[in-house]
Design a protein around this ligand. Structure first.
Ligand code: URA
Length: 213
């Protein structure tokens, strides 16, 4: 698939070494670059940060099996962007509707913190995912790293498009980049991001999509 790294991608030595170590320690886990989830014809693309060690890195599907996925998938269901029920594993039968999820960095990084060089290296896969979505209208970036990397795909410097929760940044061809705080355990536990705030972002997205249908 053009938008997907090789299953044993070696472009980021630190991340490849971590994957290798994880494979030794947990041979039953996915432990590979995590592919995007959802149809390339979707109008909404959600960009996360990177796979969680025991979430997407274990299960093989973005946001699946970790805390952040609980709020994300509950919200997607509430707004009609999925069918079936989220069961925190890739055999749950959940399907996304008019929505696709990817990550700015495809491999699990140590301490959940990718280095700048890794974000830049992995950007070509984010660019390829965006490129292969002909109907794309709205990109939702979860957190500043996802935002900055997505903005860079469109040639926007951080000073031209600053991350702010709820902000909407126009992109070429009438598409928009929308920002939300990441739905991480830390952000939700500290109430930096509440379910209500997250739903307000999705209200804006669905309104926007209904205008551009
Ligand atoms: N899981 C993902 O796939 N991405 C994130 O950003 C967080 C958890």
């Amino acid at each position: 698939m053009p938008g997907e790294p090789a299953t044993d991608c070696q472009l980021c030595p630190r991340l490849a070494a971590m994957r290798h170590a994880n494979r030794q320690a947990q041979p039953d886990w996915f432990n590979r670059p995590v592919p995007s989830f959802g149809d390339a014809n979707a109008r909404l693309l959600i960009v996360g940060l990177a796979p969680g060690l025991q979430g997407a890195n274990r299960t093989g599907r973005p946001f699946t099996g970790d805390y952040a996925g609980d709020l994300l998938y509950a919200t997607l269901a509430k707004f009609g962007f999925s069918t079936g029920s989220y069961g925190a594993n890739i055999r749950d039968g959940l399907r996304l509707k008019d929505c696709r999820i990817t990550n700015a960095v495809r491999c699990v990084p140590p301490q959940n913190k990718p280095e700048t060089a890794e974000i830049v290296t992995c950007r070509k896969y984010l660019a390829a995912v965006i490129e292969e979505m002909p109907e794309l209208k709205v990109i939702l970036a979860l957190g500043k790293i996802a935002h900055d990397s997505t903005a860079a795909v469109f040639g926007l410097r951080p000073s031209m498009a600053k991350f702010a929760h709820g902000a909407l940044h126009p992109l070429p061809d009438g598409r928009v980049l929308i920002n939300s705080y990441h739905c991480s355990r830390y952000n939700t536990n500290t109430r930096r991001l509440t379910a209500e705030m997250f739903e307000a972002v999705f209200d804006g997205i669905t309104n926007r999509l209904s205008q551009t249908a």
